[in-house]
Design a protein around this ligand. Sequence first.
Ligand SMILES: [Zn+2]
Length: 159
Amino acid sequence: MPHKRWITQAEAVIEEHLQHWLHRQKSIRERHSAEESALRSLPRISIQREEAEQRILTRCRELAQMHGFQPAIIRVKLLRSRWGSCSVRGNLNFNILISLLPPHLFDYVILHELCHLKVMSHGKLFWDGLNALTKGQARELNREMRLHSRLMQRDFVLH
Ligand SMILES: [Zn+2]
């Protein structure tokens, strides 16, 4: 095959791949914006701030005591990208939206952050510890949490 023709064919293959890639990117973008407008068209969720905060704080203290954890300061906030966090100083932050989760996942998020008081990273030691508190269901529960991540993109009214 002449050299020049080979290059043309190679270019055609690259071009085809590029077109395919661009097409995929476009449909991903379209799907995302369709999902976003669907989420926006849902009614706003109303949250009783005081009540939700108390429920989270109470349950966190309860589970901490039950399993021997000692969190420093526990705070509840409206967060848009995470369910909870644990600082190196042993402070816990919870997304007020966890109050909208089913009870077993509500507990899961709290237990997850409590376990970070002992192990900061998500290594084997962490999952072993969390498994011990969730009847071996830690990974499963973690996967289940993903089904609810869109809650964080909804519109809310805090009362
Ligand atoms: Zn974590």
